[in-house]
Design a protein around this ligand. Structure first.
Ligand code: 13P
Length: 242
């Protein structure tokens, strides 16, 4: 069970450090893995703030090249040098707003894993694709691209984030999440997180689904209390799953 907070474009170094310290004091990580994913410039502060705790610090992306003319990008070796444990790759905001494709996502996943990072690779359909009955086709294509590149790597995690549920307050029904996760697992058998309007109030029922192995949390990960409550739900769900 992994509960990861994706901070997106929130929290500079000062806020990241104090948040990390407060979170480390607020969560019990026995029986659950906890990760926070700050912006690049806040990684060092988050690492310092989590020192002595089991909370992992991950970046929000990673480039496939080690060095080169790639303005604005950061390599896996650079993340490792800072002490970062892994990275999110292929978030739908990267795909929709910054031109990421299945191919660039696969290249980033491959390079990150090869460097020893843990990678959370994101997939998920748009509302139009769901309404058009294309969920299976989209997930098979997106997950298939990752599977073809790296297979069921021990450091790989998939996050199923239906785009219509991100930041909308509209969560996938537990049955919808379960159905998508089972489909994903049939293509690539690695831990699968659900993401999309996960809150303290809905976390337990989502995390209790048999094929939901954790959560990737956006808005509700920005406050210590709400994120800690989701971590507690993760512990409870993990305990009942055994
Ligand atoms: P919200 O939890 O704000 O819907 O964001 C989900 C997400 O995109 C996490 O990566």
């Amino acid at each position: 069970m992994l509960i990861a907070g994706n901070w997106k474009l929130f929290k500079g170094p000062g806020e990241a450090g104090s948040f990390a310290r407060a979170l480390a004091g607020a969560v019990d990580t026995a029986g659950v893995e906890v990760a926070i994913c700050p912006p690049y410039v806040s990684l060092a502060a988050a690492l310092e703030g989590t020192t002595g705790s089991d909370i992992q610090v991950l970046a929000q992306s990673v480039h496939w090249a080690e060095t080169g003319a790639f303005t604005g990008e950061v390599s896996a070796a650079m993340l490792k040098e800072v002490g970062v444990a892994g990275a999110i790759v292929g978030h739908s905001e990267r795909r929709q707003l910054f031109g990421e494709t299945d191919e660039t996502v696969a290249r980033r996943v491959e390079a990150g894993l090869a460097a020893g990072l843990r990678i959370i690779a994101c997939v998920g359909e748009t509302l139009a694709e769901r309404d058009g009955g294309q969920v299976e086709e989209v997930l098979r294509r997106q997950v298939g691209a990752v599977a073809a590149a790296v297979g069921a790597h021990a450091q790989l995690v998939i996050a199923y984030e239906p785009i219509w549920a991100i930041g909308t307050g509209r969560t996938a029904a537990p049955e919808q999440a379960q159905e998508a996760h089972a489909l994903i697992r049939a293509v690539l058998d690695v831990p699968i997180l659900y993401g999309g309007s996960v809150k303290a109030e809905n976390a337990l029922v989502l995390l209790s689904q048999p094929d939901v192995d954790g959560a990737l949390v956006g808005g509700a990960a920005l406050e210590v209390d709400s994120f800690a409550a989701i971590v507690e739900a993760g512990r409870a769900a993990a305990a009942t799953k055994g």
